[in-house]
Design a protein around this ligand. Sequence first.
Ligand SMILES: [Cu+2]
Length: 131
Amino acid sequence: MNFMWKLTGVLLIFALLLAGCSNTIVQPQESTSKTVEITMETNSPTPTVGLNELIINLRNEKNQPITGANVDISADHSEMSGMTMNGVATEQENGNYAITADFSMSGMWKITIVVQKEGIEYKKVLDLKIQ
Ligand SMILES: [Cu+2]
């Protein structure tokens, strides 16, 4: 018996799926799940130029206040590049986190709220009109 193994045209194709290469940059994800509900209000219904208090409220899917979170706020004057301020909101009662911001100009400001809780990051971007 003569066994002839004719190995012709054996191509080894290594498909390297580098799906994990984006791990170096952790981008905050837009909060699409119901895990953290982020809402914001201001101390005045018609915020004007100058000091304004922003109150962020955090709720879970059962509408219970979320405590012990880290809440980073940044504000960008939408019509101008480089006019940015940021800070950490101070926790209050009932899932509220407050920060006082000095808006130097009227117009539309983009408020970016980044919430960190137990290693998970949630993000919400809102527009705020300063009169
Ligand atoms: Cu400006």
